[in-house]
Design a protein around this ligand. Structure first.
Ligand code: GUN
Length: 299
């Protein structure tokens, strides 16, 4: 079994990006600037945002966390988004999800200028991605593709099964794996809560992407011998033996599955760090206006 070490790979890419950022600044450009908007005090979200901001510092970016109270209204959040859209000192920004239940995620996503949408969640970026145009790819799928590429995992002609159809992971990765590209050309099955004979479908996967947010849902009997398993889940499960009272597990029963597979991502240290570095790469691209140069995105 090969361990797909996202932590080590993300560090390698981070060093490459840091070098490019130094050259970018030496040419007279200002440091790329990412803003993360955090509404409320969701503990996991706060931790993800801290990781993103730490990575910004490590590559020489400027970064800002905009903390808003959990009682912030949708109108107030939309106003904050407008300000970030209009701020020439901000290259890219994200609004960390989930948002409090009184706020409509999609209304907020739609308000983000696609050229600053470094999460790649806006339908303009999503649509461009789906049709094979250059776009800001959503960070988790982008991180998975980079992992497949750098670990030289063949996707062409393989049966890729994606578990979970979220807008931010399952749906986009299913599209990307099927596109005509180095990390595409797979035959893709997108499975979800209504899929019949789910275990059987999962067992037919050469490449299995688990993204349902259910701790250790995928067990050894659902995995084909020699499969490549990409575990997107980051679930907190109670654990009194840990100082913080919980441990992190993926959507895959790692210990049950690891001796059966050709390659697998650990949790933590697999897809998570790849997501963060991909966001950093998107932000650097936004600072250079690589995707939308010469394209008018205002509606
Ligand atoms: N919540 C979970 N993953 C993500 C992500 O990639 N971006 C944002 N904005 N929120 C998230």
């Amino acid at each position: 079994m090969k361990l797909l070490d996202g932590k080590a790979l993300a560090k390698l890419i981070k060093n490459e990006v840091a070098e490019e950022v130094r050259s970018h600044i030496a040419l007279g450009n200002r440091a790329p600037h990412l803003v993360a908007v955090l509404v409320g005090d969701h503990p996991a979200s706060a931790s993800y945002v801290r990781n993103k901001i730490r990575s910004c510092e490590e590559v020489g970016f400027r970064s800002t966390i905009e903390r808003l109270d959990k009682k912030t209204t949708q109108e107030e959040l939309l106003l904050a988004v407008e300000k970030l859209n209009d701020d020439p000192e901000v290259d890219g920004f994200i609004v960390q999800l989930p948002l409090p239940p009184h706020i409509d995620d999609m209304a907020v996503t739609l308000a983000i200028d696609p050229r600053k949408d470094v999460d790649g969640f806006h339908p303009v970026n999503f649509g461009r991605m789906a049709q094979g145009l250059d776009a800001y790819l959503p960070a988790t799928p982008y991180g998975i593709l980079q992992m497949l590429e750098r670990y030289d995992i063949e996707t062409s002609g393989k049966h890729a099964v994606v578990l979970g159809r979220s807008n931010i992971v399952g749906t986009p990765i299913s599209i990307l794996l099927s596109r005509k590209s180095r990390t595409g050309n797979a035959t893709v099955t997108l499975t979800h809560s209504r899929t019949k004979n789910l275990a059987e479908v999962l067992r037919s996967a050469d490449i299995l992407v688990a993204a349902i947010g259910s701790p250790e849902y995928v067990t050894a009997d659902m995995v084909k011998e020699g499969a490549v398993v990409i575990d997107v889940g980051i679930n907190r499960v109670e654990d009194d033996t840990r100082k913080r009272g919980y441990r992190l597990v993926g959507d895959v029963d790692f210990n049950g599955v690891k001796d059966k597979v050709a390659a697998i991502t650990p949790v933590p240290g697999g897809v998570g760090p790849m997501t963060v570095i991909s966001l950093i790469q998107n932000t650097f691209r936004a600072a250079k206006d690589e995707v939308y140069e010469g394209i008018n995105t205002s509606s």
